[in-house]
Structures are given as C-alpha cells and as structure tokens.
Design a protein. Sequence first.
Length: 496
Amino acid sequence: STSTTPPPSTQSALSVTTTSLPAGQDGTGYSASLSASGGTTPYTWAVKTGSLPPGLTLSSGGTITGTPTSTGTYDFIVQVTDSSTPTPESATAKLQIAVAPAPLAVTTTSLAGAEVGSSYSASLSASGGTTPYTWAVKTGSLPPGLTLASDGGITGTPTSAGTYDFTVQVTDSSTPTPESATAKLQIAVAPAPLAVTTTSLADAQVGSSYSASLSASGGTTPYTWAVTTGSLPPGLTLASGGTITGTPTSTGTYDFTVQVTDSSTLTPETATANLSIGVSPAPAESPTAVDGSSNWSGYVVGDGPYTSVTGTFTVTSLASGATTSEYLAEWVGIDGFSNTSLIQAGINEQVDPYNTSEFIIQPWWEILPASETDITTMTVAPGDQVTVTIAELSAGEWSITLKDDTSGASFTTDQTYDGPATSAEWIVEAPTVNNTQTVLAPYSPDVAFTSLGVGGTESSLDEIIMVQSNTTVSDPSAMTSVGFNVAYGATPAPTP
C-alpha cells in the first residue's frame, strides 16, 4: 500500500499588530481601531485584563469608542480570537491609553444682576485642567461691596448702582506648570427700590422754631419731596429738598403723607410715608400780678417808658343774644393803666340799633382826652386779622397804623401825643359810651392776640380779668411767646 502525507500549512500564526494607541482627552470623543494578522478572519476582540479608560468601550469588531471621563494612564491586555475550525486561535497584546485633562476654560458666560443694599451670591465655574481651581479678578473691578473668593464665589452687598465690567482668571493645579484661563464678565447693579426711611418726626411747640429733615433710600438721587395728603401744622412748610421748617402757630396733632420722587430717567420712581407732628402749647409766662377791672380784659406791660407797641388780633363776632346796650372793643395802646393818658387804636362792635339782626363793626383811633375818631376809609369783617402799631416818630410825634391783614386795607395817621408812655396794652374792653360804662357784649370765638411787641424793656406783666356785677365776664388765657386768647365768660381761654 502507498501512504500520502499532507503538505505543510501555509497560513501564518495569529498576532495583534497594533502596538500603541493614541492618547485621549477628558470630555472629548475618542475612536481607535485594533488590527491583527494571521489566523482566519473574521476576528473577535475583547479586553482580557485591565480596563479601558472610563467612558470607552471595545467592540467585538476591534473598535474602541466613547468619551473619556477621567484622566490618567490606563493599561490593559486585548485578546483577538480568529475563526479557525475546529479550534480558534487567539493572540494578546499589552496596550495603553493615556487620557489627558481637557483644556482649562471658564464656563460661566454671564452673571445675574444685583441690587443696591440686597445680599448677592454667585459662583464661577470652569472645566478642564486639574482641580482644584483658584480664582481672581485680573482686570476691572467688581461692584463696590462684592468680593471674589479664591474658590470662585462672588458674595457681598452692593453699595453703588451701575454696570461693572471685569475679567476673571482661573488657575488650575497642573504640575509643574499650572494652566490659566480668563473670561470677561459683567454685573449690573440696579438701584435699591425707592423708600422713605423717616418713620417719625419730633414734636413741635407753638411759637418755637422747628426744623426736621426727611430721608429716603434707593432710587436715583437727587430726590424731590412734597406733601400729598393731609397738612403740616400751620406755620411749617416742606421744602422740595426734604426739610420741614417754620414756627408752628396752632396746637394739635397733624397727620399727613409725604411723597418722595427720584431722578430716574424715563419713569421716575415715587414712594410715600404717613407721618405726623404733634404741636404742644407754648410755655406760659407768669404774670407779675392779676388784677380785676370792670371794663378791661387782657395783658399790660408796665414800668416803661415805651416807644412803640404792636399786636395782631382776630375780629370776633357778637353772639346772637347780644343787645343794643352791650358793646365790645378790641384794641392795642400805650398808657391808660396807671394814668389818665392813652393813645390807642382798635375795633368797636355793637348791635345795630336800627336793625337788631345786624352788627356794626367800626375801626377807630383815639388819644385821650379827645373822643375816638372813626376810620371810615376801610371796612372790617368778623374773622379778619387786624394789626395795630403805635410808634413814636420823634419827641411828642407818634404814628398810629391799623391794618386789616386779611383784606390788605390800611390806615395811618401821625399825631401829637405827650403821655408818659409807662405802659402798653392788648385789651378786650367794655367801652364807655356817652360817659356810661357799658356791659360787655357776649362774643365768640375767643379773641386771639398774637405777634405782640413793644419798644422798651418789659419789667412787669399784669393779667387783667373783667368783672361786672360781681361776675367774671372775660378771662384771658396764660401769656405765651405766641400771645394769648381772651374768652367771654368766667372760664379762662385755652392757651394758644
């Protein structure tokens, strides 16, 4: 028999021909193909030992794909298996993929706006490089009141409105040479909302100078102020700059609303606040003496001489029950208290004897011992404010002026007068008519004497209470720096 020996195989042995792999970068897509030779195709690939970088996978066809998620150097062994039958061949190779960090970059592209006076917090972010990062402002500046911490936190409370441009720099921890990256950013700081910060105002006192300043915050200065509802105490005013000044003339509690308007362009902001000012009476001045009189009620300063006297009084109205036998006079004068001389001017009021439903109001002036002279060139009405001024022009020459401050009408006469001028008076009187002492006519409201003044040194002050038929018919209030009131009846008038 004859034997036959098969010829030797000509197929080469299976081997991995890939000897190295390209490096990868953290966060960047990666793709590489493994190759082999010999054996019988097709080949099947697998990682035998070690591991690919996280994020990468090896397909059975020999392709490594994915996106690395961690830096470092990763060693592993791949195995290729062919399709030989009946026994497939396999081969291995040691390989390595180095994953480098991604380039350092600032990933924050914008920052939230801020507001003056409000707490602010923002965090800068970066990617790539080697953590931890260190942050700093490279150029420009943050808004006043804000700071950048080395860990990238921007915190604080802005103090100034505006738009602030700056460049931040981040530096990583790479060795031996750290990387750095920059980014231009901006923070816009809006003004705080406009608000009135004044919550209360000091109380005032009648006749005393007053000053208070309103304050606001937020918005855009300068501010403009106004009273929108209610009213300030009489005698006080609010300037547009926010200052309340003046001298109060009436007691009470005055409620009002102030409004502040800022200087914002396009649409100014406004804010309001409800405030109040309480006004107390002026401190009373103690009289030197209290005297009773059958025809006078008011105040007298004595121990002159005096070169002038002035005072303003309200013209009151006779009560509906007044009769033709009752009279009333309001006047200002010099002398007559401790002597028989007198220079004076004022207003008489009486029931019209020809029409008892009407009243006669007549301005006049007088120098004793002559009778009073009616002033026929002006008309005075109840409620009017009348100012009388009597002043020495030269030795023996005096000026008498009666002015209706309400209507503006005025009368002046120059006269000769040689009285001693030892006292000055502001008086409500039951006048003498046809040499007969009259009964004081009932009246309302109280007669208010204000703006009192004399030329000379006041060394004594007498309070005069009118008593008729053993009954007090007119009683003045206490004297204050504002003046005094004179009431009809036994009850003293309230202090102004």
